[in-house]
Design a binder for this molecule. Structure first.
Ligand code: UP6
Length: 259
């Protein structure tokens, strides 16, 4: 799959959400996802609007927005429509199937009502996927499994990662992974990779950054997720978003051999 174009994979894919994602990537020439980890509604909306033209997926942690309200969701949906990008709330669910159903479908955030994509750890076993699928599948949503993490000393390795891959292949609600590479050729599951940066090698709390070239060209990942590399202190978010979009797209073309 890493040798096929995004357009071709979109045409061949059975999941409407993934089809839409690949179509957007191809049209915007972007495999960049913005990790918009800002803590106010105004900052989040401003960032989403200015960086929106350059990204295929807007990733949020909606629970860090201190003045969250239903209007924020409405405005985010309008921005996603305006800039044609998908919404991904990085919930990292990790509880029993029955509990995650409540967390995903309800509470104050009502994630499943607006986020096209969310993710989970499979530490509780396959029931977590089934619980989330009961809520998300009827709404046409998609799930990513955290097969690996980007942080130093992370424990998602070896047999645990392999189990993620098995579960992903077996569950239609799963559209891919969070991780650092392409994991399987059995079915077209996308990989989104956080811990991508051209600005630093990491942060003080364990984050580790790798380059788009390493992640996309060499490892076969599909989408780079960039946060502070774009909007960190002193940065011009639009200039950085353009730079990361260009770096991610060039890395993809290099992978296809169009050097
Ligand atoms: N994230 C990681 N590593 C993972 C999983 N998720 O960094 O293994 C998320 C973080 C953050 C973003 O929760 O939202 O990706 C990375 O942001 P940064 O580029 O500012 O480090």
């Amino acid at each position: 799959f890493s040798q096929k174009t995004y357009a071709q994979r979109g045409e061949e894919h059975a999941h409407p959400l993934v089809k839409a994602l690949f179509a957007t990537m191809e049209r915007k020439q972007s495999n960049l996802s913005l990790a918009a980890d800002v803590s106010s509604k105004a900052e989040l909306l401003a960032l989403a609007d200015t960086v929106g033209p350059y990204i295929c997926v807007l990733k949020t942690h909606i629970d860090v927005v201190s003045d969250f309200d239903a209007d924020l969701v409405k405005q985010l949906q309008a921005l996603a429509a305006k800039h044609v990008c998908l919404s991904f709330d990085d919930c990292k669910f990790g509880d029993l199937g029955n509990t995650v159903k409540l967390q995903y479908g309800g509470g104050i955030y009502r994630i499943a009502d607006w986020a096209h994509i969310t993710n989970c750890h499979v530490i509780p076993g396959e029931g977590i996927i089934q619980g989330l699928a009961e809520v998300g599948m009827p709404k046409g949503r998609g799930l990513l499994l955290l097969a690996e993490m980007s942080s130093a000393g992370m424990l998602a390795t070896g047999a645990y990662t392999d189990k993620n891959v098995e579960m992903a292949i077996a569950n239609d609600f799963v559209i891919g992974f969070i991780g650092s590479r392409r994991f399987t050729e059995e079915r077209d599951l996308i990989t989104m990779t956080p811990g991508v940066g051209l600005h630093a090698s990491g942060d003080a709390l364990g984050q580790q950054y790798r380059t788009p070239k390493k992640i996309v060209t060499e490892n076969g990942s599909d989408i780079i997720i960039v946060g502070r590399g774009i909007y960190g202190p002193g940065k011009d978010a639009v200039a950085e978003a353009k730079r990361y979009r260009e770096a991610g797209w060039t890395a993809y073309l290099d992978r296809l051999g169009h050097k």
